[in-house]
Design a protein around this ligand. Structure first.
Ligand SMILES: CC(C)(COP(=O)(O)OP(=O)(O)OC[C@H]1O[C@@H](n2cnc3c(N)ncnc32)[C@H](O)[C@@H]1OP(=O)(O)O)[C@@H](O)C(=O)NCCC(=O)NCCS
Length: 430
């Protein structure tokens, strides 16, 4: 396991003293125009993190600040300041996301919060505009996030790029019909060994799985350190690896809650058989009543392996939201399953460089996408274009929902044939 490098050179106690307590911001303070939105400095990080925690209704600790600092890029970390106090926060992580035909950089938005004392006065709107302009200046094509509420982000041009399933099953209903054809064994590993094995397994899968990020060393450090604030009432993580004669082929990390429930946090195999063996392990933990797993891909084979699939309680919710920061760049950065040429009229209220007509010529190797004055075949919003970008839905569905306009008959069908993907996008998170 690598040496922690979190919060180097930051004296958290000194920084705490440097800022007046956030609670002293008066509810009656007029906001007027005195909100300043800007990138924070290193010294402001502790106050920024504390404001983010308060925004999410949590208290921070020194340990938590050090851990969060490890995955925070200060130059991408934004604060909204009111009378020199931080009242709004957001940041972004630099990831790559797997798209059809390769991977593209993705700015992953995190820690979006506004203090309860300052809500509904446009602070999120100001921070988001600032952030989108920053992404554009950096030449980034795509931003992404997961949302606490699904009604917030469409107004900023984000669209639901994938849905994910949440599962719950009682152990007595977890019989599996198919026996995996694989030789090997499962064994518990300590966090330091999990820290070594997880990235190996993850990186062997992520280049071929749409929607997966390339988590950095800092993120794996954070995961293995298993911070208290990620546990939500569950135990520390248990890590179990499945090994064949070829070495580690899959891994699961889970918690136990109330001594009765296995909560799967991350389960991933290089092969379907390895995943099957790991589910067998999870269902086989004695003394447990039930198992739950959140954020499973909607095309996961497990429901098809269970003897009584109806007993798996499944609920679906929006998972990854993406925002095409630069439509030309984003559309040119993926490959397509059908050759077609279309003119799209994209509507984008916030990023005027996207608010235009695009001539897109798709092929298996990519697309040529440029601005045009030709009449549009399809008219759609930038958020709807984001929703179809990874193949998570089709334009035909959005058309039936009354969200897009087909100006030339047949163009929606051609668009969908080009954008369709062999797999459903999935973004594992921890
Ligand atoms: C969500 C949050 C950041 C909004 O901040 P804010 O400064 O109040 O937002 P704004 O005033 O800029 O509102 C922008 C728009 O979003 C809407 N909106 C804001 N929060 C919303 C919510 N929780 N649900 C639905 N709509 C919301 C506003 O009504 C407003 O709509 P309008 O443009 O039609 O007027 C803030 O409420 C918060 O910190 N919540 C707790 C933490 C959280 O959920 N963060 C989001 C993580 S993804």
């Amino acid at each position: 396991m690598s040496t922690p490098r979190f919060g180097q050179g930051v004296d958290i106690r000194r920084c705490h003293r440097q800022f007046a307590p956030l609670e002293s911001v008066s509810l009656l303070d007029p906001l007027r125009d005195d909100i300043q939105v800007r990138t924070i400095t290193e010294a402001e990080f502790p106050a920024w993190e504390r404001a983010a925690a308060l925004g999410f209704g949590e208290h921070t600790t020194e340990t938590r600040q050090i851990q969060i600092r490890g995955t925070t890029e200060i130059s991408r970390t934004i604060g909204a300041f009111h009378n020199d106090r931080i009242v709004g926060t957001t940041s972004a992580h630099t990831f790559q996301i797997t798209v059809p035909g390769g991977a593209v950089p993705l700015a992953y938005v995190d820690w979006v919060s506004v203090l309860p004392t300052h809500r509904r006065r446009g602070i999120l709107t100001r921070m988001t505009k600032h952030q989108l302009a920053d992404f554009h200046e950096r030449g980034e094509a795509i931003a992404g996030l997961t949302a606490t509420e699904s009604s917030i982000y469409e107004r900023f041009g984000y669209g639901i790029a994938s849905w994910a399933e949440h599962w719950k099953i009682r152990r007595e209903h977890s019989e599996m019909t198919v026996a995996p054809k694989i030789e090997g064994h499962t064994r518990f590993v300590d966090p330091w060994e999990a820290r070594e094995i997880w990235p190996e397994i993850y990186d062997s899968v992520s280049p071929s799985r749409l929607g997966m990020f390339d988590y950095t060393e800092q993120w794996w450090d954070a995961f293995a350190s298993d911070p208290e604030h990620w546990r939500e009432g569950g135990s520390k993580l248990f890590h179990v690896v499945f090994e064949s004669s070829n070495g580690p082929e899959g891994m699961v990390s889970y918690r136990i809650r109330n001594r009765t429930e296995v909560i799967v946090i991350l389960l991933l195999g290089a092969t379907v058989e390895a995943e099957h063996m790991l589910w067998r392990h999870c269902f086989g933990v004695d003394l447990m009543d039930s198992l739950s797993a959140s954020n499973r891909p909607t095309d996961d084979p497990l429901p098809w392996i269970l003897a009584a699939p109806r007993r798996l309680e499944r609920s679906v919710r929006d998972s990854l939201w993406i925002r095409l920061i630069d439509v030309t760049n984003a559309l040119s950065s993926r490959s397509y399953s059908y050759d077609c040429r279309l003119v799209l009229r994209v509507r984008d209220r916030l990023c005027d460089w996207n608010d235009r007509r695009f001539d897109i010529d798709t092929s298996a190797t990519g697309a040529v996408c440029k601005s045009t004055t030709r009449s549009p075949d399809i008219v759609l919003s930038v958020s709807d274009l984001a929703s179809v970008y990874l193949g998570g839905t089709t334009l035909a569905t959005l058309q039936r929902a009354g969200r897009i306009e087909e100006r030339k008959t047949g163009s929606v069908r051609n668009f969908d044939r080009a954008f369709v993907t062999p797999q459903y996008p999935w973004t594992p998170e921890f």
